[in-house]
Design a binder for this molecule. Structure first.
Ligand code: SAM
Length: 170
């Protein structure tokens, strides 16, 4: 099981980015996203995608992050530009029973100490969405997006235009 723990979500400002964190987690092979702030509207929009595009992805909001990290039965990786380099860390990161922590604004110092590993996706500041995507893709050997997720809506690759199969219509 791979869980992404999203810290510091501000419903008024971060709705879009946190939705992208959740959808990226789902599309690239995580099983659940846990968000530290309660946000029912965020839950609804992620569940809407799961309903249409399938899979068993779970979204939880209002999660006590300290308790979640402390009680995690596995490895906790905090993604931060200050951490050890991804390439060096990767061989010793398990790809199961893994919690991946990403921040929004400033991440509390305590997170750096509670995490088992602080890992950087390059040492430049960029985005939690980019960091998560690259981390998951590298973790899955560069094939994270090749996985098929069975769902009502299915997109058939098309070099020009959109081909969408909606199971409700057939
Ligand atoms: N200045 C903030 C801090 O001190 O934590 C970083 C904010 S950044 C916009 C939001 C999140 O993106 C970070 O908490 C981290 O999880 C992720 N992030 C940004 N750049 C990263 C990098 N180079 N490597 C890994 N994670 C990164």
């Amino acid at each position: 099981m791979i869980v992404v723990l999203r810290l510091g979500h501000r419903p008024d400002r971060d709705q879009r980015v946190t939705t992208h964190v959740a959808l990226t987690a789902r599309a690239l092979g995580a099983d659940e996203v846990w968000v530290s702030t309660k946000d029912l509207s965020l839950e609804r929009s992620v569940r809407g995608v799961v309903d249409r595009f399938g899979g068993g992805f779970v979204v939880k909001t209002g999660v006590d992050w300290r308790k979640a990290i402390r009680s995690w039965n596995g490895t906790v990786v905090h993604l931060t530009m200050y951490g050890e380099s991804l390439s060096q860390a990767l061989p010793t990161v398990p790809d199961d029973d893994l919690m991946i922590v990403v921040g929004a604004e400033k991440v509390p110092r305590e997170v750096y100490d509670l995490a088992h590993r602080n890992i950087s996706v390059g040492n430049q500041p960029h985005s939690e969405v980019a960091a998560l995507a690259i981390f998951l893709d590298r973790l899955k050997g560069g094939n994270a997006v090749e996985r098929d997720i069975e769902g009502r809506m299915k997109i058939i690759p098309n070099p020009r235009g959109k081909t969408v199969v909606d199971g409700r219509n057939g």
